[in-house]
Unconditional design. Structure first.
Length: 280
């Protein structure tokens, strides 16, 4: 991958409300990623291509979150019963991009840990690269390990860390003091999806036990779909439709609702449904 890295001070210091992965999304520390899913489904390539922006005004980024929280009233919710959860890596994989950060990842995490009411969360497809011991932190930072059946991971993210390698990392990270959730994202429906997810759930349960999770169905774009391989297009095209004139593609709502119910039924054969934090 030919990637361009630009270091800058971001002027986009907007902390955004969120009601899914976190209570809010912090301004980007890094915008863009070197992950192997960038050329198939990841929305970053629609806007960013292979460019990565590293924002060096870390104090401003963190202060934006602190100011946002002043107008937020925390109540127990699916994000966390106590702390205001902040997604610190909505547009990148900070674990993969650690070497490019303007300050060490451990120091950035400590900003949230030292704050009385904030806590951090981030998703990664490279959990084996996360070596940070956070047992001495005041709170457990959260990492969400992204998983999908290897059958379509081989097609949609062939350069990514193998799924079977990610799963054992869940308990290793717990031993290092992390709160670990599973991120079943993107959820792709195809002819043999139930068989493949059943095998994945069994592997997760046998190797990593029971974990809270989140589930997000695939969203794509017509231009991105056109650039994908024939195999990837076939995998992603089941009952897909262009949602609007912008070219965004989603599963039709009626069809998606039924498929998500089928997903929950399958999931319930292995785990308590209450472990699903959110699904859409």
């Amino acid at each position: 991958m030919n990637a361009e890295i630009k270091h800058q001070n971001t002027k986009t210091l907007v902390t955004k409300d969120n009601n899914n992965s976190a209570n809010c999304i912090a301004p980007n520390l890094v915008y863009g990623c070197f992950g192997g899913c960038v050329d198939t489904y990841c929305y970053m390539s629609r806007y960013n291509g292979h460019r990565v922006f590293v924002n060096e005004n870390v104090d401003d980024i963190f202060n934006s979150v602190v100011e946002w929280e002043k107008g937020f009233t925390k109540v127990p919710d699916q994000q966390d019963p106590v702390y205001t959860m902040v997604d610190i890596a909505c547009n990148t994989d900070l674990v993969l991009m650690q070497r490019y950060l303007p300050e060490p990842l451990i120091d950035y995490l400590k900003r949230y840990d030292n704050h009385p009411t904030l806590n951090s969360t981030m998703a990664t497809k490279y959990p084996s690269l996360l070596k940070l011991d956070v047992k001495k932190f005041n709170k457990k930072p959260r990492v969400r390990v992204s998983l999908m059946p290897q059958r379509f991971a081989d097609v949609l993210e062939p350069k990514m860390q193998k799924v079977a390698r990610r799963i054992p990392e869940i308990n290793r990270l717990k031993d290092l003091g992390w709160e670990v959730h599973v991120n079943y994202s993107p959820l792709v429906f195809y002819k043999k999806w139930k068989q493949d997810y059943s095998e994945l759930f069994k592997m997760v349960k046998d190797v990593a036990g029971v974990n809270k999770c989140e589930v997000i169905a695939l969203t794509n774009h017509a231009n991105q779909m056109a650039r994908s391989s024939d195999q990837a297009r076939e995998l992603m095209s089941l009952s897909y439709e262009v949602k609007n004139s912008s070219g965004v593609m989603r599963y039709p709502l009626k069809h998606k609702t039924r498929l998500l119910e089928e997903f929950k039924e399958l999931y319930s054969q292995y785990f308590d449904l209450n472990t699903i934090r959110y699904i859409f």
